[in-house]
Design a protein around this ligand. Structure first.
Ligand code: 5RP
Length: 228
């Protein structure tokens, strides 16, 4: 598993060229992209401006010596490299396993190119059969949002940090992990329905945002797919 993640994460660092503004995703696969970028900065003199998608990535990138810029200074991102929890044949994804879905979607929306790095087991026929869909909600609105989610056929579970403490995102919100029995046949439709619920800040469906998929295998090989 870790070899596959390393292969995919490291390979994706090749999509970065000197002078680029680069969205830095979140998670254990992108961690290897950060390492590879830090190496290229040290060894090749690669110049980039990184835009982190989470506090966790910001901390890691700073520790590795990757230069960062705040989002205030950015209107366009050349390439973003990010992970996913599931991705289908149309490059629609479930993201947010690491809780960073909101910032990840904001960064993806500004990106010319979105490169996704995954272990092969995350490439699926249909979203939502194997992974719960994270929905970020304002804490005040949680009971109302749960009611509306149930009306859409979801079974939501509040994500917890400890048995007594709900998980808190970088934006001070909570996450409801939603089971959709039988999967998610239309990600685009559900994306719109979820974001129309008052109190929902963002959901983990990413539709029409990814352009390139880098799949890592356990033998250390990679397959690269470009959206047609
Ligand atoms: C965080 C995410 C991550 O990209 C996703 O969870 C994949 O993480 P990993 O590479 O550790 O499997 O969406 O919000």
């Amino acid at each position: 598993m870790s070899r596959a993640k390393e292969a995919a994460g490291r390979h994706a660092a090749r999509f970065v060229e000197s002078g680029m503004t680069v969205g830095l995703g979140t998670g254990s696969t992108v961690f290897f992209t950060l390492k590879a970028l830090a190496e290229r900065i040290r060894e090749e003199g690669l110049e980039l401006r990184g835009v982190p998608t989470s506090v966790d990535t910001e901390t890691k990138a700073k520790d590795m010596g990757i230069p960062l810029v705040p989002l205030d200074d950015v209107t366009r991102i050349d390439v973003t490299i990010d992970g996913a929890d599931e991705i289908d044949g149309d490059f629609a994804m479930i993201k947010g396993g690491g809780g960073a879905l909101l910032r990840e979607k904001v960064i993806a929306s500004l990106s010319e190119r979105e490169v996704i790095v995954v272990h092969r087991e995350k490439v699926v026929e249909e979203l939502g059969r194997g992974f719960l869909l994270p929905v970020e909600v304002i804490p005040f609105a949680r009971p109302a949002v749960i009611h509306h989610l149930s009306g859409l056929g979801a079974t939501p579970t509040l994500r917890m940090s400890t048995p007594d403490q709900s998980y808190c995102t970088d934006n001070g919100n909570e996450i409801l992990d939603c089971r959709f029995e039988g999967g998610i046949p239309s990600a685009a439709e559900l994306d719109l329905q979820l974001n129309a619920i008052p109190g929902v800040v963002e959901n983990g469906l990413f539709v029409g945002l990814a352009n390139v998929l880098v799949i890592g295998d356990d033998d250390g090989g990679v397959e690269v797919r470009e959206k047609g």
